[in-house]
Design a protein around this ligand. Structure first.
Ligand code: AMP
Ligand code: MG
Length: 415
């Protein structure tokens, strides 16, 4: 639908934009099998079932002595057991441990038949062929039960999970050497604007260097997609349209920055409209607006604002969920946590604001957010200074020191 009428683009709340992303788009990529060492950051496309118990048997959690608990003499603090064998990790004790006997055992070794408890070596004393173990131990102490981590047949990883170090390790722990993952998303990236020049080239005074393609490419890299950087589009309708049409066939997503306002030098909207469909909005956030979502042919299209901070922030808030969605990831929500504000800020109700803030350690050790002085959407240094964004609800009018505020950490958002 085209809402860019004489009244201009309609305002859209961020929640509504994200829900349009979640509802309007699905996973676009196929699947492939990759070796485990290449699985980090990829989106899992299969259900991983543990074929084995982990641990495979009841194993010792400590270096010590294994024995059968329960037949202690009241008042005694130690029990004397005859040591009948030794079982290091990676081997098994062939016999059965009888009452009054113990087996020297090491972490990870299977608890021998007849035994059910391990006394840790720091708590024991040896005396020739015997060992004195404390009577205070509960049956099962220091024993990890078979299947305590994962039971054979259990689903341990789910399609849509993004694979971090721990998921990769888990797959290895159940014996997998490779995983079926979603193919990497290919994202075409353009900047738009006649004022833009490529870094490293000379420029006249009235021109600026293209920053957005570099922040956005880096943000896309961090999400594990394949970025195809197609450079700067001039502010010309024919060139914009031709470049978008050509890119559409080669990409899973097209991302542009700039050129989506409603000025006469903003040609992206008309070009996408001619080739597919576009919704142009004023995203009701600051920094933000304008924002375009649509398709060039069948290829999803995201048009971000040109101001460097707006481009970055709207990518974090809308582009990131879109990329994750198209990549087949199930969790697309923006990570957030609560922190204590250490600043004063007031605003009018009506528009949600994202304040650039640095995290510091407060007097009680809890993190406090310190706001960057400038709120300008053109000041990229504010993003460099910041550790994340304080999310101030639309209806809120003030933040005061000591208030709990929602914080969106860059560490979670750039991944
Ligand atoms: P626009 O949305 O095209 O009107 O751009 C809004 C503002 O962002 C203008 O001041 C542009 O010069 C600036 N801008 C647009 N694209 C970029 C870019 N790639 N790098 C740095 N600044 C940009
Ligand atoms: Mg422009």
């Amino acid at each position: 639908m085209d809402d860019c009428s004489a009244h201009g683009p309609i305002p859209l709340s961020l929640d509504e934009a994200v829900s349009r992303v979640a509802q309007g788009y699905g996973a676009v990529t196929g699947t492939e099998e990759v070796p485990l060492r290449q699985a980090l950051g990829r989106v899992l496309a299969e259900e991983v079932v543990a074929p084995v118990n982990v641990p495979p048997a009841d194993v010792s959690a400590m270096d010590g002595w294994a024995f059968a608990a329960g037949r202690d003499v009241e008042g005694e603090t130690f029990r004397r057991l005859g040591v009948v064998g030794r079982v290091p990790a990676g081997s098994a004790f062939a016999g059965v441990v009888a009452v009054g006997e113990a087996v020297r055992i090491f972490t990870g070794a299977p608890v021998p038949a007849g035994a059910d408890t391990v006394a840790m070596q720091e708590d024991c004393r040896t005396d020739g062929d015997a060992v004195l173990v404390p009577t205070s131990l509960k049956r099962g102490a220091n024993v990890r039960l078979a299947g305590e981590d994962m039971t054979a047949g259990a689903v341990v990883l789910h399609p849509g999970q993004r694979l971090r170090a721990q998921e990769v390790g888990l797959a290895a722990a159940v014996g997998r050497s490779g995983l079926t993952v979603r193919k990497r998303l290919t994202v075409v990236l353009f900047s738009t604007g006649d004022e833009l020049r490529e870094p490293g080239t000379p420029k006249p005074d009235h021109a600026i260097y293209d920053a957005n393609r570099y922040t956005l490419a880096a943000q896309l890299d961090a999400l594990g997609v394949e970025v195809r950087d197609l450079g700067i589009l001039p502010d010309r309708p024919d060139a914009t349209r031709a470049a978008l049409a050509e890119a559409a066939g080669t990409a899973d997503l097209i991302v542009t920055s700039g050129g989506v306002s409603v000025g006469e030098e903003d040609h992206v909207k008309a070009a996408v409209n001619a080739l597919g469909s576009i919704d142009l909005w004023t995203l009701a956030i600051k920094p933000g607006k304008p924002l375009a979502l649509g398709r060039v042919g069948d290829t999803p299209f995201l048009g971000l604002p040109g101001n460097p901070v707006s481009a970055m922030v709207t990518f974090l808030l809308v582009g990131r969920p879109l990329v994750l969605r198209l990549s087949g990831a199930s969790g697309i929500a923006t990570p957030r946590s609560l922190v204590v504000a250490d600043f004063t800020f007031t605003k009018k109700p009506g528009r949600r604001e994202f304040l650039r803030a640095r995290l510091e350690r407060g007097p009680d050790g809890r993190p406090v957010a310190v706001k960057f002085p400038s709120n300008s959407s053109g000041v990229l240094t504010s993003m460099v200074e910041a550790d994340g964004l304080v999310d101030m609800p639309a209806e809120a009018t003030a933040v005061r020191p000591g208030d709990l505020v929602d914080f969106l950490p860059f560490t979670g958002l750039f991944a």
